[in-house]
Design a protein. Structure first.
Length: 170
């Protein structure tokens, strides 16, 4: 099963839903699929969806999925890592009005460096990573030996310090 999730953010994320919907509708990737669409206006035509899901239902879908396509939210990525999934991450881009800042871009890039996620930086990159997902994941798993939580905790601590410093001017 393919799970597509845009998180709980108040901003729509039509771009991610459209990319996943087009891939399933065209047969590039085989379903079944399900999407959590949040506040997005785009309505997937190739698979069922719900705006929001209870946390236990989302975790169960992540657990049962063979592929999770997600925004770059920390919570969702951590849930995927907890379930030993390598998500295909499409971070929200503030230049496209998908978020207020670039923290999803930064966090996703860091997790990709650590070999925890695959990041699609644009539509073409999404398509390539989607079509080669299984081989990319095999490569990551073969070379990835650090505990998943160590880089995550370090990144979150540094990111939190930077945000506090920015807010207080220090």
């Amino acid at each position: 099963m393919i799970l597509v999730t845009v998180g709980q953010e108040r901003f729509p994320f039509d771009r991610l839903l459209r990319l996943a919907d087009d891939a399933v509708a065209s047969g590039e990737v085989e379903g079944p699929a399900f999407a959590q669409t949040g506040h997005s206006a785009y309505v997937p035509r190739a698979f069922p969806h719900a705006n929001f899901l209870p946390p236990d239902k989302l975790r169960d879908l992540i657990r049962r999925s063979t592929l999770v396509i997600t925004h770059g939210g920390v919570g969702t990525i951590v849930q995927c890592l907890d379930e030993d999934k390598v998500p295909l991450v499409v971070p929200r881009d503030p230049r496209l009005g998908e978020h207020l800042d670039g923290h999803q871009l930064e966090f996703s890039a860091r997790m990709e460096i650590e070999g925890r996620v695959l990041v699609a930086r644009d539509d073409a990159d999404f398509r390539v990573k989607l079509l080669t997902y299984e081989s990319l994941v095999r490569g990551l798993r073969a070379g990835c030996r650090r505990p998943a939580t160590a880089p995550l905790v370090e990144f979150l601590e540094n990111f939190s310090r930077a945000i506090r410093a920015k807010k207080t001017g220090r």
